[in-house]
Design a protein around this ligand. Structure first.
Ligand SMILES: Cc1ncc(COP(=O)(O)O)c(C=O)c1O
Length: 340
């Protein structure tokens, strides 16, 4: 299994601090509880049925013409490589490591490219691209890098002209919808993945969507099998996707707190090198030491070793903001003194 954020029980055992004493900022999820609807008993008792309004609500929310609900976008990440014969796959890195693992596991030839390499290979302007599938996360996790929509559409044009795919994982796009390709997802060879876990802060619900042309969605659906999303998840999904007023409040709040986190880190001498509304990405520091010192104080961040960096999520309350600020001030001070 690959490493992910949110493994609080593991950290509790390692640092000898009870789970309820931690401030867990190791995930990039909205930190507040989205208001949940009542779940009718039929949703628990009956088998879930497609087209109960969830697909339509998703199309309206994402601005797409077709949407397939899945049990978290992770389910689609694992299934997509099985829908193609082994081929050449490029992944714009660094990004969520599950993409690379899924394509490699199914016999595809995977290369990780940085932005320059990707541009060089796709902007040659003639001939077929040197790969069949390009996968990227936009905005990226963990760096926050955003690739412009028009550039992505150009890349998609080049790939699809040769039967290729552009897979865009938009798990973190809800707070900055201008970068999304959801409205173009009916184009052949363009596959957009969306997650309900991050923006709505409902990672435990296990709900996500694939936006693509209907033929590909049918193939994916038959591969995933019936009842891929539970009845209760479908009820919650319908409710949150339709609540446009709350979505607006949520978006403003996340953007505001994302800026607040950036400013706090900057004041503490840890200016982020990237980030988005849901997390900040710090590379310009001894990140392993910072991670360890904060963990000793019961604050869990996500440490990356390759590329080296720390991803820091949003505190939920004023008390948590103060706790983070105090700990950062102490830890950065101690680190400076030990260097002097
Ligand atoms: C970029 C990215 N995509 C997809 C996922 C999977 O999320 P979910 O299965 O909860 O939709 C994650 C989870 O962390 C992620 O970071």
């Amino acid at each position: 299994m690959l490493e992910h954020g949110g493994r609080l029980l593991e950290a509790a055992a390692e640092f000898g601090i009870a789970p309820d004493q931690w401030l867990d900022l190791s995930t990039g999820l909205a930190p507040w509880a989205w208001p949940l609807p009542d779940i009718p008993s039929a949703a628990w008792m009956r088998l879930p049925e497609p087209n109960d309004g969830l697909e339509l609500a998703a199309c309206a929310y994402y601005g797409a013409s077709a949407a397939l609900p899945v049990a978290g976008s992770q389910a689609a990440i694992q299934a997509l490589p099985q829908l193609r014969a082994p081929c050449r796959v490029a992944i714009l890195g660094p990004c969520y490591a599950e993409h690379q693992r899924a394509w490699e596991q199914h016999g595809h030839q995977v290369q990780l490219l940085d932005m320059q390499q990707c541009e060089a290979l796709l902007n040659v302007g003639f001939g077929s691209p040197s790969f069949d599938v390009l996968v990227l996360v936009n905005p990226d996790n963990p760096t926050g890098r955003v690739v412009d929509r028009n550039r992505l559409l150009e890349w998609h044009g080049q790939l699809s002209a040769h039967g290729g795919w552009l897979v865009v994982d938009e798990a973190f796009a809800d707070a900055q919808p201008a970068c999304s390709l959801a409205d173009c997802s009916d184009r052949e060879g363009l596959i957009v993945l969306r997650s309900v876990g991050k923006f709505f802060g409902l990672a435990g619900l296990r709900l996500g969507f694939v936006l693509a042309e209907p033929q590909l969605l049918r193939l994916l659906e038959s591969w995933l099998g019936p009842w891929a999303v539970s009845g209760p998840a479908r009820v919650v999904g319908r409710s949150l996707l339709a609540d446009t007023t709350m979505q607006q409040v949520w978006r403003q709040r996340l953007l505001q707190d994302g800026r607040r986190l950036y400013e706090l880190l900057r004041r503490c001498g840890l200016t982020p090198s990237g980030g988005c509304a849901l997390f900040q990405w710090v590379t310009d520091a001894d990140v392993a030491q910072l991670h360890g010192r904060l963990a000793e104080r019961g604050i869990l961040l996500r440490l990356y070793r390759q590329p080296r960096g720390l991803r820091i999520g949003l505190p939920a309350t004023e008390e948590q903001w103060l706790r983070l600020e105090q700990a950062l001030t102490d830890v950065v001070q101690v680190t400076k003194e030990s260097r002097a």
